[in-house]
Design a protein around this ligand. Structure first.
Ligand SMILES: [Zn+2]
Length: 208
């Protein structure tokens, strides 16, 4: 049976003004200054900069704010679904129909489905000993390290294990409701096909 959930407020796309952060170590900065001092042209300087600095693209602050609001719903969503007999997170392939009621006619389709797919994934914990990841907070299932050695590597609503499970978004629409922006999700669990059966294996294998 498909499950229905309603998330308050339409998503903010992750790409909307993403924060671009230059990443460089202190040692890197010292080497960079020395190299720039030796450069003889503007072109040389640009080349040196491009080589020395890597760029990290973080989701927009608006997205994080939006996600934090959805995260407040997590406990009530989980108890509502548990009462309906749904075991979370769903591990099988899923089909999702998303009715996205926006406050105004803005944003792009891929940005919205990206943001929703991302938000409904499970928390991910990374073991500080073996570096492997799992979606269950417990002693490391790989190396047996204590639960205290697990660090949170991803936060999510925990409806599905990973967005790789999403097979299609058929029936989804970008709509508008300025009075009550929201996302109505209908999630249908599909039978695992041979191609999708990798999702049915160990939970950890689903995680990128
Ligand atoms: Zn481990």
């Amino acid at each position: 049976m498909p499950i229905h959930i309603v998330l308050p407020s339409a998503p903010v796309t992750k790409k909307n003004s993403p924060r671009v952060m230059p990443m460089i170590s202190m040692k890197g900065i010292k080497a960079l200054i020395a190299e720039l001092a030796r450069a003889t042209s503007h072109k040389d300087c640009v080349k040196i900069l491009m080589r020395s600095i890597s760029i990290s693209v973080q989701p927009s602050e608006n997205y994080i704010e939006w996600f934090d609001r959805q995260y407040l719903m997590r406990a009530s969503l989980h108890s509502q679904l548990a009462a309906a007999g749904v075991r979370l997170p769903i591990m099988e392939p899923v089909a999702i129909k998303a009715l996205i009621y926006r406050e105004a006619l803005r944003g792009d389709w891929t940005g919205y489905v990206d943001a929703i797919g991302d938000a409904i994934q499970a928390d991910v914990w990374q073991c500080q000993e073996c570096k492997k990841k799992t979606i269950t907070l417990a002693n490391c299932p790989h190396c047996g390290a204590s639960i205290a050695r697990m660090r949170q590597a991803r936060r999510g609503l925990g409806i599905i294990a990973d967005d790789k499970q999403i097979v299609h978004w058929d029936g989804s629409r970008l709509l508008k409701d300025s009075q009550r922006p929201r996302i109505e999700l209908t999630i249908e669990t599909l039978r695992a096909t041979p191609q999708a059966s990798l999702f049915a294996n160990e939970q950890e294998e689903v995680i990128a």
